[in-house]
Design a binder for this molecule. Structure first.
Ligand code: SF4
Ligand code: SF4
Length: 142
């Protein structure tokens, strides 16, 4: 099973067509729509998780692109908001990769982005919510 979080941007000519339903009917894909918005100029934006076999996933995305729908894969990144961080050290205990560690003798918590697996465990562990997950979008099947 292959699964990706996608952002779809529909041109106004396609907004009212049930194109996403055809992904299930014709390509045996399942989808979970997390957000759907119609922008003022009538373009549509939809965030969804799309799942199926790798082959069907590729065929489904090609089908969307044939209908001039822009398809982007959603990625995630994690950042530490240095203004919010109090260097309490709570995140170090939950970080499985050593991306968060204490620098001695300053007793400052340092974040090594290269070691981060983006597991997200530090986000709820941080009392002032200094660890933030950010969502990015990159074109898929260009
Ligand atoms: S838990 Fe949050 S506030 Fe505490 S050191 Fe980690 S990032 Fe900073
Ligand atoms: S997201 Fe996971 S690996 Fe990255 S700093 Fe937080 S706990 Fe560590």
């Amino acid at each position: 099973m292959y699964s990706r979080m996608l952002v779809l941007r529909f041109p106004k000519t396609e907004v009212e067509k049930p194109i996403v339903c055809y992904l299930a009917r014709d390509f045996d894909l399942t989808f979970n729509i997390l957000k759907a918005t119609i922008l003022p100029r009538k373009e549509g934006v939809m965030v969804m998780e799309l799942s199926g076999t790798r082959k069907n996933f590729t065929l489904g995305v090609e089908y969307l692109k044939k209908h001039n729908i822009q398809v982007q894969a959603v990625g995630q990144d994690i950042k530490r908001n240095k203004k919010k961080c109090t260097h309490c050290g709570a995140c170090i205990a939950v970080c499985p990769t050593g991306a968060l560690s204490i620098k001695r003798p300053e007793m400052m918590v340092v974040f090594d982005h290269k070691k981060c697996s983006i597991c997200g465990l530090c986000v709820p562990a941080c009392p002032p919510r200094a660890m933030e997950i950010r969502t990015t979008g990159t074109p898929i099947l260009k």
